[in-house]
Design a binder for this molecule. Structure first.
Ligand SMILES: NC(=O)c1ccc[n+]([C@@H]2O[C@H](COP(=O)([O-])OP(=O)(O)OC[C@H]3O[C@@H](n4cnc5c(N)ncnc54)[C@H](OP(=O)(O)O)[C@@H]3O)[C@@H](O)[C@H]2O)c1
Length: 327
């Protein structure tokens, strides 16, 4: 699979990675054997970057990855984890002492002395603007607890603030065919600064696959049931912040743009990969079939300009009014 340098980490990662929120919680049950099978399928398809967080399943996602990699020391997998959501979302909790404690736990979960990358996990905006926070992160690098740091953000303004910091290796942001605003300023700024871009929620929580209907029922412990209106965390993380029925109609239209031989989900991933400035896209997968299908998207031919124009038109007509001003 094509590899790209992840910004200031200087490390190569695959253009399609694996999001592992699904291996923790918030998406209904995924058994341990299913989780290992998903990791295997991703690696076999050429994936070399896993995205996780210390809070996914309260550490389960990190622990599963740690155990998986323990048996495969030469797999060459880059693990991007996150910290910051084990405490109340107050700027005063983003201290060096807390960072060290969270870091100790993630290193134990992942079974490594030095984390490849730690991303601040969508912190309050004041944290992204704080010199003291970046000083503390530099200290973690000096202590070799982490090789590099990054910021996962909700809004384009937050992304631009993070990109302006000289030590930030990459920025993680929601970018997909239903969320086009990062194309305007964030991707050009990241390219100019040499900061990597990790595109998350690439399938709009699965909507872009076109497989749901108005009668689809998600599990009670799936955020697509309990966070549709931002009840538990930022609304933008669930279906990209799009009203479900609006999203179904947009997804039906998007599906018609899939080239022969590609699924709608693969088309959605391919669309992201070819946006200038994107380093990697991290779809979450809950099954071996999904992991394989997502990996295969990296090998599809580039989408023609007519498809890119059609995506833009779809967004402008159906979605822009509800999401563009918000994130
Ligand atoms: N704040 C943050 O930093 C943050 C927030 C959100 C996500 N993330 C990261 O980004 C990753 C990706 O985002 P996400 O998982 O929220 O959303 P996503 O990748 O847009 O959607 C994942 C869902 O799409 C469906 N899917 C995946 N592959 C498919 C395929 N090939 N065909 C059909 N359907 C497919 C599955 O739905 P079903 O379960 O219905 O099968 C899966 O649960 C996460 O795993 C996590 O690592 C980070």
């Amino acid at each position: 699979m094509e590899q790209r340098v992840l910004g200031r980490t200087g490390r190569d990662v695959s253009v399609v990675g694996l999001g592992t929120w699904q291996l923790g919680a918030d998406w209904g049950d995924v058994t341990e054997s299913d989780a290992f099978a998903v990791l295997d399928a991703a690696v076999e398809s050429g994936v070399t970057i896993f995205d996780t967080a210390d809070v996914y399943g309260d550490g389960r996602s990190e622990q599963l990855i740690g155990r998986y990699l323990k048996d495969r020391p030469d797999a060459g997998i880059f693990v991007a984890t996150k910290m910051g959501r084990r405490a109340e979302q107050l700027p005063e909790n983003y201290t060096l002492d807390n960072f060290r404690a969270w870091n100790d736990r993630s290193r134990a979960n992942l079974g490594t002395d030095t984390l490849d990358l730690v991303q601040l996990h969508c912190p309050p905006p004041a944290v992204i603007e704080s010199d003291a926070v970046y000083d503390a992160l530099d200290t973690l690098v000096d202590e070799r607890r982490i090789a590099a740091y990054a910021v996962s953000v909700e809004t384009c303004a937050e992304a631009l603030a993070a990109i302006a910091r000289p030590g930030v290796a990459s920025v993680q942001i929601i970018l997909n065919a239903f969320r086009l605003k990062p194309l305007e300023e964030v991707l050009p700024a990241a390219r100019a600064a040499g900061v990597g871009i990790v595109a998350r929620v690439p399938l709009a929580s699965g909507l872009l696959s076109g497989k749901y209907t108005k009668d689809t029922v998600f599990a009670a412990d799936d955020h697509r049931t309990y966070n549709r209106h931002g009840e538990a965390f930022d609304q933008g993380e669930t279906f990209s912040g799009i009203d479900y029925e609006t999203g179904l109609a947009a997804a039906a239209e998007f599906g018609e743009l899939a080239p022969e031989g590609a699924t709608a989900a693969q088309t959605a991933l391919r669309w992201i990969i070819q946006q200038p400035g994107v380093t990697t896209v991290i779809p979450g997968a809950r099954s071996v079939e999904q992991a394989r299908g997502n990996g295969a998207a990296a090998g599809l031919p580039a989408l023609p300009q007519s498809t890119l124009d059609a995506v833009r038109d779809l967004y402008d007509r159906r979605l822009r009014a509800s999401v563009h001003g918000r994130w």
